[in-house]
Design a protein around this ligand. Structure first.
Ligand code: A3P
Length: 289
């Protein structure tokens, strides 16, 4: 396999396996009891996926080891074979299904709106998202390389990275709360108080946890436990796809690592850009705890 350029669909740069199969993804038939986990890349998708599965499995970690996470939750826009994406895989899955997507709201297949599916959206502050994305693209062997950090930071701000603009993604899904049953979570809140946020997720999906089960979910989905767990750490991914010798998939899992990457000038420039793009939305992000 070789690296292929991104191609824009409706102005959103997407990886090859996604744009190639766009007609199939757009026509995806959601069902009313589908649960959609939606994030901009690197917001903690894997983390919230494992949390949701643990809740659905009643807090039993053994049941969550049945398969690697990327096989438990079909990823709508990713390829399962040269001819098909996660869509075909989701089609074959018995309901109730839990699905994953990074699509911005304007590219969400129409059937999700029609069926009024529940959505769990996780957002992460843009500075840590940019840093995490940079390291992910360095180790990802099929997506475009990020280049040097200053160059990548400009691309991130301009939205010329896979799945497009962080700002548009977050703003769009924030507004979608008005039209869909959507739980909007913040990575930083989960770091601050995992028990509180996990119980919010459990209540949203209609499976509240008793204290002992909640305790188990908190433990099993901690960064350290997930980093050591082959069902969540992508250790079995071939080096030709994810080269974890460059940067581990479970990298740091903290709030504030941006301080180790941004210069003062970059930080000020980024903050100004961000303020202008999120003005008036009521959205706020914490960049430290
Ligand atoms: P870092 O690169 O900052 O470490 P995604 O799953 O959307 O690709 O997001 C990956 C980011 O979430 C990585 O961030 C990863 O370390 C972090 N992450 C994964 N599991 C986590 C957990 N249990 N707790 C905190 N962060 C986690």
């Amino acid at each position: 396999q070789e690296r292929r350029p991104l191609v824009a669909v409706d102005g959103v740069p997407l990886p090859q396996k996604t744009w190639e199969n766009w007609a199939q993804i757009k026509a995806f038939q959601a069902k009313p009891d589908d649960l959609l986990i939606c994030t901009y890349p690197k917001a903690g998708t894997t983390w919230i996926q494992e949390i949701v599965d643990m809740i659905q499995q009643g807090g039993d970690p053994e049941k969550c080891r049945r398969a690697p996470l990327h096989e438990r939750h079909p990823f709508l826009e990713w390829a399962r074979s040269p001819q098909s994406t996660g869509v075909a895989w989701a089609d074959a899955m018995p309901p109730p299904r839990t699905l994953k997507t990074h699509l911005p709201v304007k590219l969400l297949p129409a059937s999700f709106w029609k069926q009024g599916c529940k959505v769990v959206y996780m957002a992460r502050n843009p500075k840590d998202s940019a840093v995490s994305y940079y390291h992910f693209l360095r180790m990802h062997q099929l997506l475009p390389q990020p280049g040097p950090w200053p160059q990548f930071l400009e691309a991130f701000m301009a939205g010329t990275v896979p799945w497009g603009s962080w700002h548009e993604h977050v703003r769009g899904w924030w507004r979608a709360r008005e039209a869909l049953p959507l739980l909007f979570l913040h990575y930083e809140d989960l770091k601050e108080d995992p028990g509180r946020e996990i119980q919010r997720v459990a209540q949203f999906i209609g499976q509240p946890l008793v204290p002992a089960a909640l305790e188990r979910v908190v433990h099993h989905t901690s960064f350290e436990v997930m980093r050591a767990n082959p069902a969540t750490n992508r250790a079995s991914a071939p080096r030709s796809v994810l080269d974890q010798s460059i940067s581990p998939f479970m990298r740091k899992g903290t709030v504030g690592d941006w301080k180790n990457h941004f210069t003062v000038a970059q930080s000020e420039h980024f903050d100004r850009d961000c303020a202008s793009k999120t003005a008036g939305t009521g959205l706020a992000f914490r960049t430290e705890l």
